[in-house]
Design a protein around this ligand. Structure first.
Ligand SMILES: NC(=O)c1ccc[n+]([C@@H]2O[C@H](COP(=O)([O-])OP(=O)(O)OC[C@H]3O[C@@H](n4cnc5c(N)ncnc54)[C@H](OP(=O)(O)O)[C@@H]3O)[C@@H](O)[C@H]2O)c1
Length: 259
């Protein structure tokens, strides 16, 4: 039988190993949902249900594993896991409800491939296991004299990123609700980048890496970049092709002023 320590180390290695192939493959081939939806990826399901199911391990697996950790009743570990759970409560429960309200009104939603949802589910199992076990079991709180400094600094980044992420998703879902197909999003962070929702998400997990000060936190941040930076690039190109001269020239893809 594999011990939990070994499982943890193998899982951590897997998190780092899947990043580079994910980045390289997404440079050439976009995950076939949303703007990049195309046939040939098997059966589909409703997007709100797909988001709910594939993101759900981050809640149920984290809550299932956490009590078994050595530090499960340490206030520091409970405080540390809270932003992670908050983000995923929003992503798993609130975001799909918002999508659902929108799709019920307009009936305009294209399906989400089950194959993509299964991959997302698999990744979230791996990631929830790593983050939950690190925070509840493997982090050494006693010798971390900088815990509160890192926590507060990381939390500021995390909350800022989450605010940008939620605001941008709301604007996009609002545009979708208006009907009539995709539109050029305008205002706020959209004047700087085509995908502020991805930028916010990346900043959130940078904050998480600082808060946890760990290989698991850094690995998740790097994986998020590997996943979202090529998709942002593809979305940016898609906007330029679709809207041509009507698309604002100064916008970057995902990092304001840089990329
Ligand atoms: N941590 C990670 O690795 C990771 C990975 C993936 C996603 N996420 C997060 O999950 C959330 C959703 O991701 P996503 O890839 O689905 O984002 P997205 O492609 O920007 O779509 C978000 C929603 O807005 C709609 N939409 C997008 N652009 C629009 C436009 N120009 N006009 C009208 N409607 C528009 C989409 O409709 P359609 O579906 O019809 O396009 C969808 O309902 C984001 O917050 C993202 O950061 C995180």
């Amino acid at each position: 039988m594999v011990s939990d320590q070994k499982l943890f180390h193998y899982s951590l290695r897997a998190l780092y190993l899947i990043g580079p192939p994910t980045y390289i493959s997404l440079r050439f081939l976009q995950a076939p949902y949303g703007k990049h939806h195309r046939p040939g990826w098997g059966p589909t399901m409703s997007p709100p249900l797909a988001w709910f199911l594939m993101e759900s391990p981050t809640l149920w697996l984290t809550l299932l594993l956490f009590p078994f950790g050595l530090h499960s009743s340490n206030p520091k570990s409970l405080i540390l896991i809270s932003p992670f759970l908050l983000h995923y409560f929003h992503r798993t429960c609130i975001y799909p409800l918002r999508l659902q309200r929108n799709s019920v009104r307009r009936g305009t939603v294209s399906g989400f491939p089950i194959s993509v949802a299964v991959m997302g589910f698999g990744f979230n199992l791996l990631n929830a296991y790593l983050q939950a076990r690190w925070v509840s079991q493997y982090k050494d709180y006693d010798s971390d004299r900088w815990f509160w400094w890192r926590f507060v600094g990381g939390l500021v980044l995390f909350c800022g990123g989450m605010a940008v992420n939620i605001w941008s998703d709301r604007v996009l879902v609002g545009l979708k609700k208006e009907g009539g197909g995709y539109k050029v999003p305008r205002g706020g962070w959209f004047e700087l980048v085509s995908c502020p929702n991805y930028f916010g998400e990346i900043v959130e997990w940078l904050g998480w890496a600082v808060m946890t000060w760990s290989w698991v936190g850094l690995g998740f941040f790097l994986y998020t970049c590997a996943n979202l930076v090529p998709r942002a690039r593809a979305n940016h190109r898609w906007y330029l092709e679709k809207f041509g001269e009507d698309y604002p020239k100064g916008r970057k893809a995902v990092v304001p002023f840089l990329y």
